[in-house]
Every structure is written in structure tokens, then in C-alpha cells.
Design a protein around this ligand. Structure first.
Ligand code: HEC
Ligand code: HEC
Length: 478
């Protein structure tokens, strides 16, 4: 089955050779044990020679390939840290479940309900274990945060929303700054974007800011929708991190000589393991995955129950954080993301960004166009970080290693648009039912959780029934 996916991918790249210069097949030649048969040249993407479908096909291959030493698998001389960090060659085994390399392919973990999706508890990552690499003997939370694999269906719209929201917050900040400097008076502004409040910012006449009232986002005001902690701004940044962390496949844009002064940073004898074009392909594959969708049951009673559950979900104020819809002004996905930090392709590095319309292009269910020419993103999140545990129920405050400066009891509002087919639930994947995850809400969600807890068991089941209609993909389709 694996082999046939690769074959399909290679055939369609050939079929589309009008746009793409002839290149070798994606599949292995008989007897050759390399998974990567050719690399994508970013300059060709900049020239408009690659379509979204072609990039997605190569991206699918790079996402599901079980890399080998011949491709550059492994990082004998580097840790899994996204910030290029050396370790002594020979100090760690090739593979190690806790700090990596912990998998052969991305889809080794992201495969439920299909490639690009979520994962079973057994696929969890010991996040930050890669910094104290190698962690050989313990999964004690002192060394890593055990997190469940989450899916990338709909990740393109999520990144695009974060970009628009960031731009609005930064515009508000810039306007406050101009007013404060010109009027000589401090200016306080509400940080409001798409109906979500990120607190307030005050600009002082001397050009500095009071950031103490900012909520749910870092002081740089860049919305970071990825990681359940909300600490990474783009699929590309995550992808550069993940290839090194999980597979020791180092991208040139992060680990190449322009960044580290070395061609073979991990000392495995292979250079340019993943080119900038390869990373674009892997990113576009994820961004163009189907948009999660609501699938209502055929049975009328069940349908009515799910619809009632949606109303009750709002009545319990779940929608305060799990916003049913946020509207994108521009339905196009743009790569690279304008807020990428150094060590990742940035907008100034390309002559023209790669774009596609998420309401029209990509595979499976597409994003829904809005009457104003934008798009509705029905992801049930506000892309804001919230305190989700308290003394009465510390369940979700179970980690010990702070990530990205975010307090231990704070997580980004989980997207619920794929809740129905991506169990287990909760950031650690240790909730076997949706109900357990809801009942463990505390902190800022306590009132809402208590409303749920106070409902009749039939009403609670209706909310669960509603959440079960939200799925990454239509069964047997996409
Ligand atoms: C060993 C299992 C595993 C492997 C292998 C793996 N991932 Fe993940 N992935 C995870 C887990 C667990 C999370 C959630 C991490 C968190 O919340 O901190 C995640 C999250 C992500 C996210 C963020 C999604 C979101 O909405 O926040 C992206 C993007 C991603 N992975 C891409 C990749 C890519 C690309 C690869 C291959 C280079 C890969 N992953 C390999 C387990 C894995
Ligand atoms: C204060 C904001 C907030 C409110 C209100 C809120 N949630 Fe959440 N929700 C979150 C956060 C944050 C998470 C991530 C928790 C974690 O895993 O760390 C989450 C996670 C979830 C999950 C787990 C999803 C998964 O895939 O693992 C479900 C289900 C859920 N919420 C349902 C609800 C329901 C139902 C309500 C109303 C009774 C509700 N939430 C109210 C913020 C909120």
C-alpha cells in the first residue's frame, strides 16, 4: 500500500511534466535504498514552475518516506534541538524513543485517520527531550513533556488566520505608538482581532510599551497556532524542527553553511539532506490537506441530537474559547509566512511567494468561501492561550518543563473541528473519552466546565454527539 502511494505520486508528477522540468521518479529504483531520489529546487518554485498539487505529491512522499542512512537519516553529531547544537559523535544511539531519532517517517506518528492526521498514545512525542539529548533511561516529566500527536487537516487555514490576526494586532500597536509619540500622551488600545481579545497594550510617548496587560499571546504579538502550547508560528518552522528532531534529516535553510558555517552539521556524511524546495513541498502538503468537516448522521433522531448538542455547546459558554467560526479576509495560503524567524525561509528570501486559494485548490473538502470573498474557518478555536487548570483540578497542569516561556497550566485553545476522529483526547492523549477531557477543564474554563457538569446526562451526551460529528475527513473519501 505504501509502495502504491509512491507510485501514484510519481506517475502524476510525470503526467504534469508540462509545468515541471523532467525529473527522476519519486520511487526507488530497483535495488536503490535511498528514499529521496531528487530534490526540489526553490528557484523553480519561485519561477512558478510548480503547482500546489505537484508540490503536495512530493510533500506527501517526504512526509511518508521511511528515511535511510543514505538520505541522511540520523544526526550523530547534533542534538534534536531546533537551534543547531552539536553533540559528540558516538554519545548516543542512532534511535531512541525519548529524545530521537524516534521514528522513521512523519506519518509513522501522523496517520489517523490517514496520513497527515493524528496519532495513538503510542505515537506520542517526549517534547523537549531532544534538548537534553540523549535521554536514555527515563520518561520522567522532569526531562520532557509527553504529548499526543495531533493532526494537520486544516492546518493551512489555521496558519493563514494567525497571519491575519498578527497583522491586525501589530497594526493596532503601530497606531498606538504613532499617536503616543505625536501627542506626547500614553495611549492604551484593546488588542482585538476577529472578535478575540488579547488584552491591552499601552504605548508611551518615549516609544516604549507597557505589555503587562497582553493576554494569551507573546509580547511580540505574533500568533503562534502550532504545538498545543501555541509556540510556533508556521508549518514551515515546525517542519524544519521536526525533520531534525524525529529523523535527523537536516534542512539546508536551518543547518546549512549560511546558518552554521558547516555543510554537514550533523556529521553523517550527507549534505543538503533537505533543500529549501523540499521543505516547501512538505509544508504545502500539510497546508493543502483537506479541511475538517461536519458529517451529520443519516438517522434523523441522531441528527437532531447533534444539532441540539451544538446549541448546548454555546449555552455552556464553550464557544467563549472554542469560537465556532473565524473569518479569513483572504482565502489564499502564502508561503513563506511573513513572521518566520531566521533559520527558516522568509519572504525577503524569495522573489515571489507561493500562493494557492484554499477554497479552490488542494485535496478533499475545501475551505468554505464567505460572501465577502474571504473564507469561513470553522475550527472552534480562538488561537489564544488560556489557563486551563487550577488547584481544584490540576489535571492539565501535568508538565514540568516550561516551553517557549508559557506557564505550565496554559495551553492554546484546542481546535475541535477534527475532534470526532482524532482521539485520544487532551494534550497528553490520556483521556480515553471526550467527556473526560471536558470534565478536566478548569482555570479560565471552570465556569463553562461547571455548566457542562450541571447538565443532565442526556444534554451532556448531546454535546458529545455534536463533537463527534466534527471530523478531519469524510470516512472513505478525500
Ligand atoms: C514521534 C511522533 C511524531 C513524528 C515522527 C512527527 N510528529 Fe508532528 N507531532 C507529533 C506530536 C506529539 C505533536 C504535538 C506536539 C505538541 O503539541 O507539542 C505534533 C505536532 C505537529 C505539528 C503541529 C500541529 C498543530 O496543529 O499544532 C506539525 C506541523 C507537525 N507535527 C509536523 C510534523 C512533520 C512535518 C513531521 C516529520 C518531519 C512530524 N510532525 C513528525 C508527533 C510526531
Ligand atoms: C477558557 C477557554 C476554554 C473554554 C471555555 C473551553 N475550552 Fe475546551 N479546551 C481549551 C483548551 C486550552 C484546551 C486544551 C486542553 C489541553 O489538552 O491541554 C481545550 C480542549 C478541549 C477538548 C479536547 C479536544 C482534543 O482533541 O483533545 C475538548 C473536547 C473541549 N476542549 C471541549 C470543550 C467544551 C465542551 C467546553 C464547554 C463545556 C469547553 N471545551 C470550554 C479551552 C477552553
Amino acid at each position: 500500500m505504501y509502495r502504491s502511494i509512491l507510485l501514484i505520486a510519481s506517475v502524476s508528477v510525470f503526467a504534469a511534466s508540462v509545468m515541471v522540468p523532467a525529473k527522476p521518479a519519486l520511487t526507488q529504483q530497483f535495488g536503490d535504498e535511498r528514499q529521496i531520489q531528487f530534490h526540489v529546487d526553490q528557484r523553480e518554485i519561485n519561477r512558478g514552475r510548480w503547482s500546489v498539487d505537484q508540490l503536495s505529491q512530493v510533500g506527501l512522499h517526504l512526509f511518508s518516506a521511511k528515511f535511510t542512512l543514505l538520505d541522511g537519516f540520523g544526526r550523530p553529531g547534533a542534538t534534536g534541538n531546533g537551534v543547531p547544537t552539536h553533540r559528540n559523535i558516538g554519545s548516543a544511539p542512532l534511535m531512541n524513543r525519548i529524545s530521537g531519532m524516534d521514528a522513521n517517517s512523519c506519518s509513522g506518528c501522523h496517520n489517523d485517520p490517514a496520513v497527515g492526521g493524528a496519532g495513538d498514545f503510542v505515537n506520542s512525542v517526549f517534547v523537549l527531550g531532544q534538548l537534553t539529548d540523549p535521554v536514555l533511561q527515563t520518561i520522567d516529566p522532569l526531562f520532557s513533556n509527553e504529548r499526543n500527536t495531533i493532526g494537520m487537516y486544516g492546518a493551512g487555514p489555521i496558519e493563514a488566520l494567525a497571519v491575519e490576526m498578527t497583522a491586525e494586532l501589530l497594526a493596532t500597536k503601530a497606531e498606538a505608538n504613532r499617536q503616543a509619540v505625536s501627542s506626547g500622551q500614553a495611549q492604551t488600545r484593546n488588542l482585538l482581532t476577529k472578535g478575540v481579545s488579547f488584552g491591552k497594550i499601552t504605548a508611551r510617548p518615549d516609544g516604549t510599551f507597557d505589555n503587562s496587560q497582553i493576554e494569551g499571546v507573546d509580547p511580540d504579538l505574533v500568533i503562534k497556532p502550532f504545538h498545543q502550547k501555541g509556540v510556533v508560528n508556521s508549518l514551515r518552522v515546525f517542519t524544519n524542527n521536526a525533520y531534525n528532531h524525529h529523523h535527523g534529516m537536516q534542512s539546508t535553510e536551518r543547518f546549512g553553511s549560511s546558518q552554521t558555517g558547516m555543510d554537514d552539521f550533523d556529521g553523517d556524511g550527507i549534505v543538503d539532506e533537505l533543500t529549501t524546495g523540499d521543505i516547501t513541498a512538505a509544508t504545502i502538503f500539510q497546508a493543502a490537506l483537506p479541511t475538517p468537516i461536519q458529517v451529520l448522521p443519516d438517522n434523523r433522531q441522531e441528527r437532531d441530537m447533534a444539532r441540539r448538542g451544538e446549541t448546548l455547546f454555546a449555552q455552556a459558554a464553550c464557544t467563549g474559547c472554542h469560537k465556532p467560526v473565524l473569518e479569513l479576509k483572504n482565502p489564499r495560503f502564502t508561503e513563506p509566512n511573513p513572521y518566520n524567524p531566521a533559520g527558516n525561509l522568509r519572504q525577503q528570501d524569495v522573489t515571489r511567494s507561493f500562493q494557492f486559494d484554499m477554497t479552490k485548490q488542494g485535496s478533499g473538502a475545501r475551505l468554505e468561501r464567505s460572501p465577502s470573498g474571504g473564507a469561513f474557518v470553522r475550527a472552534f478555536t480562538d488561537l489564544k492561550r488560556h489557563k486551563i487548570a487550577d488547584a481544584e483540578d490540576p489535571f492539565f497542569a501535568n508538565e514540568k518543563k516550561p516551553q517557549g516561556g508559557v506557564p505550565l497550566d496554559v495551553f492554546i485553545t484546542r481546535k475541535l473541528w477534527d475532534c470526532g476522529d482524532t482521539g485520544p483526547w487532551g494534550h497528553r492523549g490520556d483521556c480515553t473519552t471526550i467527556r473526560e477531557a471536558i470534565l478536566h477543564h478548569a482555570g479560565e474554563a471552570r465556569q463553562s466546565r461547571d455548566r457542562f457538569a450541571g447538565m443532565s446526562s442526556r444534554d451532556q451526551s448531546s454535546i458529545i454527539a455534536f463533537l463527534k460529528t466534527l471530523v478531519s475527513k469524510r470516512p472513505d473519501k478525500d
